[in-house]
Structures are given as structure tokens and as C-alpha cells.
Design a protein around this ligand. Structure first.
Ligand code: ZN
Length: 429
């Protein structure tokens, strides 16, 4: 696909002004704070709504205060939705979330300035409460839009700083928790042809590979053992021979190293995977420098965009643990397993975006998303879903998030081309 002339040019000047205004009004010396269902998030919603109305978009909110900014299309087929969230973690950065909403406005304004309408309705969406730091629940806004927020969450989940229950916070922001309790759906998956979320990359891959844009293949699912332990026997470090020791540190270290080797091997074979021991501790009151450790507590987080890889790792974990137990005389208790299912992005749209990036000479690569996003909720509803990553320095959820507006512009060009060349919903995967 080469030599295609696209007419719709994203309105980058608009988005630069909006990023600046968001940064100025929701930031302080320690970073950006746009609290979910609080003043920071509300400011952002009011700001983008005002700008959308200026370019003739019809705006409405749902029972969870998600904001839909609609540019009417030429045809009446299912809509293209472009969106993300506008809340941030406390003292976070200016781009996590906001980039995805502003990218949608850049496209809509591009159509407006060209005096054209999109092929079908273009719905730029600002989703509420994506950051689980505030209410301790994931994807509140997007799940609410599909009527899947539970009564337990509305009543029992309270904001971490103020203690206000989620339902009351939604009501205070102008929403209707009773409609959510009834399971009313604001979005009908059959009326959404595509949901695209643009987001800053939260790792260093695009920086390292000098690429402005990533094309997301899937959002990793996970299985986690947050409270795992290895039990051995405390013993004197000088007096206990190697072969009679039941050393919990050595056994845990073996597990860490064997799983790391397994990760390296599976990665070479083409599996998407990450293996992390985020916490490994001996018991402070019982351990000492001159004692063989009798207990190690640890947390294990295994992620992949592929179900079968997760299943394989689950089986391997059991097998490796049993071997180490036998060899070291220790016992592992992995505790409860928690986790989430992977969410696949639509293959046809992914291929289309790859072709468009090529045609537009935008250097890009395929990559998995290691972090969760609202896009996962849309994908699980059976909606063809896509994600674009934008190169970003210094990770996310911190004030040093750093995205070049030129990289943002490349992603927005790709979105414009996708909308302009839209020929209807893709084949389901
Ligand atoms: Zn985000």
C-alpha cells in the first residue's frame, strides 16, 4: 500500500494547547493529579468537552459519567470509537491516558478543518476512573459502560484518600449509580465497529529501538501468587553441613533462576512472557546473618498475551517447585492464585495499521502491552479493538513521563488514515 494520498491531517496545534492547559491546571510541583471522580479528572472532562463542542461534536455522558463526543459520519454503520482515560495516579504525568483522548480530538478536528465528515460516526471517548490507585478496582468507567460494575463495588469500594464509596462519588460527579445497579448498558457492542486506544508506552522498548509508534498485538494476562512462601528449617550457619540443610533462601533462589532460564528459552522460541519476583523476603524477626533461613516469603507475577503460554508456565511452575522441594528438603506454599485473561487485539485491524504505517512512512513495530488498559474491556466484549503505543521516556505514573509531540503526531496521522480509509467493520478474529 503505497502512494495513497490522505486528506485528513490531525490537529496537533489543538492538542498541544490542551496538553499545556491540562498540565498547568492539574499539576503542581510534585506532578499531575487528576483524581478519579474528583476535581482533577472533572477539569479534564470539562476541558475536552468544551473543545469538542467548538468543532460541532455532540457530547453526552452515561450513568458513570463517561464522556462521548460524537462527530456525525456520512454513513450509519457501527461507529469508530477512539478514546482512553483522563484520570491520573497521584503525582503522575501529563500523558498517561490523556494522549489517547486528545489523539481522538486531533482526528475529529482534522475532519472538521478539512470540511469533511468521517465515513461513520466518530466517537471520541473519555473513560472515567481507569487508574485503580483511587478506588482499588480496575477499569471502573469502561466496565460501567457495559453494565458490568457490581453492587459490591459501588457500595464497598471506597476512595483511598477520602473514603467516599464509589457509588456516592459517581453520584457526586453527576452520574446515576442506580442505573449502574440495574446493569444498564451505555454501549451496545454491536454498534461499535472499532475501539482504538492510543497510549504512551510504559516501558523502554520504543526508546531503545528508536521507533515513534508501537502497534499492540495484545494486552497481557497474568497469573500471580502474591503471598507465596518457601519453608525450610532454621539452622546454625557454621555448624550445619550443606547436605543436611533445608535452606529456604537457596530453594527460592533456585526457583528464581530456573524460571528465568525458562523465560529466556521460551522467549527465543517466540513466546510473549514476563516473569517477576517483585518481593522476596526472609522473616525479619527470625532471620539472622548467621542462620540458615527457615522461611522466605515471595510474590510471583507471570504475564503473557497468550493463554497457552500462561497455562504452560502454570504447569512448569508446579513441576519445578516439586523438583526443588525434593532436592532441597523444603516445602513451597504458593498460596492463592489471582490474575486476568489476556485480551487480543483485532488481527485484521492490526494488519491494516501496519500497512498504513508503511504507506505513511511511520516507523513502527508490533509489541505486546505489559500493562492493563480499558481496551481490554472493549476486546472482551467482542468489539474489534486496537491499541497504538507512543514512544515515551521514563515510564509512566510519574511526573517525568516524556512524550515528544512529534511522536504523538505520527500516531494521530495513523489514526486519521485509519478513519479516512475505513470500509466497515473487520472480520471477527
Ligand atoms: Zn493509562
Amino acid at each position: 500500500m503505497t502512494c495513497i494520498a490522505f486528506q485528513i491531517v490531525p490537529d496537533i496545534a489543538l492538542t498541544e494547547r490542551l496538553f499545556d492547559e491540562l498540565g498547568a491546571k492539574t499539576g503542581d510541583s510534585s506532578g499531575i493529579t487528576r483524581d478519579s471522580y474528583g476535581m482533577g479528572e472533572q477539569f479534564a472532562h470539562d476541558l475536552v468537552r468544551m473543545e469538542a463542542e467548538k468543532i460541532g461534536m455532540e457530547c453526552h455522558t452515561d450513568a458513570a459519567c463517561n464522556l462521548y463526543m460524537v462527530m456525525r459520519g456520512r454513513g450509519d454503520g457501527p461507529a469508530i470509537m477512539i478514546g482512553s482515560h483522563l484520570d491520573s495516579v497521584p503525582s503522575g504525568g501529563n500523558f498517561d491516558g490523556a494522549a489517547g483522548v486528545l489523539a481522538g480530538l486531533a482526528v475529529a478536528s482534522g475532519f472538521h478543518r478539512a470540511g469533511q465528515r468521517p465515513p461513520v460516526d466518530l466517537v471520541v471517548t473519555a473513560i472515567r476512573a481507569e487508574e485503580s490507585t483511587w478506588f482499588g478496582a480496575s477499569y471502573i468507567g469502561s466496565r460501567a459502560a457495559f453494565g458490568t460494575l457490581t453492587d459490591e463495588e459501588l457500595d464497598g469500594v471506597c476512595r483511598s484518600d477520602t473514603g467516599i464509596p464509589l457509588g456516592a462519588a459517581i453520584e457526586q460527579a453527576g452520574g446515576d449509580p442506580n442505573a449502574l445497579r440495574r446493569g444498564d448498558r451505555a454501549l451496545d457492542p454491536a454498534r461499535v465497529a472499532l475501539f482504538v486506544e492510543t497510549h504512551i508506552e510504559q516501558g523502554p522498548v520504543l526508546i531503545d529501538e528508536r521507533l515513534p509508534v508501537g502497534l499492540v498485538t495484545g494486552i497481557r494476562g497474568s497469573f500471580r501468587h502474591r503471598h507465596a512462601a518457601c519453608f525450610g528449617e532454621y539452622a546454625h550457619s557454621g555448624a550445619t553441613p550443606r547436605k543436611t540443610r533445608r535452606d529456604a533462601v537457596r530453594a527460592t533462589a533456585e526457583l528464581v533462576s530456573i524460571l528465568d532460564e525458562l523465560w529466556a528459552r521460551l522467549e527465543t522460541e517466540g513466546h510473549d512472557l514476563s516473569v517477576t519476583f517483585g518481593q522476596v523476603n526472609t522473616v525479619a524477626e527470625e532471620a539472622a546473618f548467621s542462620k540458615v533461613a527457615g522461611r522466605v516469603d515471595f510474590a510471583l507475577d507471570i504475564r503473557s498475551e497468550c493463554d497457552t503460554t500462561l497455562d504452560m508456565m502454570r504447569a512448569e511452575l508446579r513441576r519445578v517447585v516439586a523438583q526443588i522441594e525434593l532436592r532441597t528438603g523444603t516445602n513451597f506454599d504458593l498460596g492463592d492464585e489471582t490474575g486476568s485473561d489476556p485480551a487480543r487485539m483485532n488481527k485484521a485491524i492490526l494488519a491494516q495499521m501496519e500497512q498504513l504505517a508503511d504507506a505513511l512512512a511511520i516507523p513502527a513495530r508490533r509489541m505486546a502491552s505489559g500493562a492493563g488498559h480499558d481496551a481490554a474491556v472493549f476486546a472482551r466484549q467482542g468489539i474489534p479493538t486496537a491499541m497504538l503505543f507512543i514512544r515515551n521516556r521514563n515510564g509512566s505514573h510519574n511526573p517525568d513521563e516524556s512524550m515528544d509531540i512529534d511522536d504523538f503526531a505520527q500516531a494521530a496521522r495513523l489514526l486519521c488514515a485509519l478513519c479516512e480509509s475505513w470500509s466497515g467493520p473487520p472480520e471477527p478474529d
